[in-house]
Design a protein around this ligand. Structure first.
Ligand code: GDG
Length: 469
């Protein structure tokens, strides 16, 4: 049994792992692997493989003290559940892009079907004293399917994206069936208080339910709902930035910059991340402030994502066009204003590059949290830190109030913030960085995990349960 009274944790997410080298991977892996290792846990999800017809038995593997169980998806389910309902309906809706939702009735059926398959594959592997933690919008109906199979264990759900306003959610066909499933969990977690408030608002106004203390009741059931902002392993990321590899990348970048100030952005190539408007803001800065030419440089790293979806391909083409336009307009024979990479770089390399940057530009139109903002801050040299420019509509803005907060729809405001960051003296940069770093260390990924799990298991260790109203 672990400190928070957990016997065995069963994590369920659309994709599983990596377990080895999790500290150098991103997001969810960092958050979960340590807890799974501590209790010899099980991690269940899709293998990433697609098969022609009905998938066979789950693949089972033991890696670094964690049991990995993965199932394949039939081609049709991949198209309709993953590309269809998850990526063409829920993802845009959760990020307020109702205009990009492409709902088809078959998508919702496939979504329910895959969740049912997952439940059937997982149920025989469960122990009586397991605690189950389900992650993200792909798997909202999983608890309902597990309960139908007689699973009584405690099940928690965490939504990694933001939760949309009630009226937008109500545009989704079957939104009530989707939301009803949340009431089969024991605990539902959101990234921020505003997300929690929007969920409560949906419950009260659309589902005609009730909110009392930390519990929310609707659809004949009730569930505890709270906010648990996800963090990073700030110590480990800071150490990575000053490790041998981080230091090498830092020096290489500094040499390449030849005294120019680096502005840096790292985002999956996704329309929610605000890349087009961000580039327009940079273009506006170059237009308005010719004295910055040759003195600044912008590096955007954007690994391609979900390329099978048309909206992503179109967005990619628009971005290529914007990059070419800006470089064509402003480049000089000895200066390229914008460097743009469409591939992922190793995490250690990124950490070193962040440290070499004067400005981190993180301006999503909407984001559940945004870990890049946190990683950028953790990588800085506290004596000479870079400046974080952060969208007000990233969940991270709730905690990172010493960043330069901007409206990602306002290119003028972002261009002003870029200029202010460029000219900011070391004292102000330190004064902004120190509280950001304190916050990162206090609310790190371990705290996120333990807060969630101690809420999910209140009867085992009530002393660890903090009040969340
Ligand atoms: C979802 C929610 C929420 C990116 N490029 C490279 C690379 N990355 C890593 C980053 C970071 C992770 O990927 C991205 O995390 P984000 O939080 O920024 O965004 P999503 O992928 O949309 O994640 C989000 C998150 O879940 C966690 O709850 O914050 O709101 O949408 O760790 O560093 N990593 C490497 N090379 C790259 O080029 N190695």
């Amino acid at each position: 049994m672990t400190r928070h009274g957990l016997k065995r944790l069963v994590a369920v997410s659309n994709r599983v792992g990596p377990v080895r080298g999790a500290a150098t991977a991103g997001g969810l892996a960092v958050g979960l692997v340590e807890a799974l290792r501590e209790c010899g846990g099980l991690w269940f999800g899709w293998s990433g493989k697609i098969c022609r017809s009905t998938p066979g038995a789950p693949h089972r593997q033991q890696v670094g003290g964690v049991q990995l169980v993965q199932v394949d998806l039939a081609r049709e389910d991949y198209e309709q559940y993953y590309n269809g309902f998850a990526n063409l309906c829920l993802w845009p809706l959760l990020h307020l892009r109702v205009d990009l939702v492409r709902y088809q009735p078959g998508y919702f059926d496939a979504y329910l079907r895959v969740n049912e398959q997952f439940a059937h594959a997982l149920q025989p592997l469960l122990h009586a004293d397991d605690t189950i933690w389900v992650h993200d919008y792909h798997l909202i109906p999983l608890a309902t399917r597990l309960r139908e199979l007689g699973v009584p264990q405690r099940i928690g759900f965490f939504l990694h994206t933001s939760f949309p306003p009630a009226d937008l959610l109500a545009t989704l066909p079957n939104h009530e069936r989707l939301m009803r499933s949340l009431f089969d969990y024991d605990l539902v977690g959101f990234q921020t208080e505003p997300d929690l408030l929007r969920f409560r608002d949906y419950v009260e106004r659309v589902a005609c339910g009730q909110v009392r203390d930390g519990r929310v009741s609707a659809f004949g059931g009730s569930v505890e709902a709270a906010a648990f902002p996800i963090g990073i392993d700030a110590h480990a990321f800071a150490a990575m930035a000053s490790s041998a590899v981080g230091e090498r990348e830092y020096r290489r970048m500094r040499e390449a910059l030849q005294g120019r100030a680096l502005i840096m952005g790292v985002d999956r190539l996704d329309y929610t991340k605000g890349l087009l408007r961000r580039l327009s803001a940079y273009e506006l800065l170059l237009e308005r402030q010719p004295e910055t030419h040759g003195r600044i440089e912008y590096l955007q790293i954007s690994p391609v994502s979900r390329a099978e979806i048309r909206a992503y391909r179109e967005f990619h083409a628009e971005l290529d066009h914007a990059v070419a336009r800006i470089n064509g307009r402003f480049a000089q024979v000895d200066w390229t204003p914008l460097r743009y990479l469409n591939r992922a770089l190793p995490r250690r390399t990124l950490a070193g590059l962040y440290r070499a940057a004067r400005v981190g530009m993180v301006t999503p139109m909407r984001d559940g949290m945004n870990l890049v903002a946190k990683e950028f801050v953790a990588a800085q040299d506290p004596a000479d830190p870079g400046v974080l420019i952060l969208s007000r509509f990233a969940g991270a803005a709730q905690q990172m109030t010493s960043a330069l907060l901007v409206n990602p729809y306002d290119t003028g405001e972002m261009a002003d913030a870029l200029l202010a960051a460029h000219h900011m003296g070391v004292e102000e940069r330190r004064n902004r960085h120190a509280p950001l770093m304190r916050e990162l260390l206090e609310h790190d990924v371990k705290r996120w995990r333990e807060d969630f799990l101690s809420h999910l298991l209140p009867s085992v260790n009530p002393l660890q349960v903090r009040s969340r109203r």
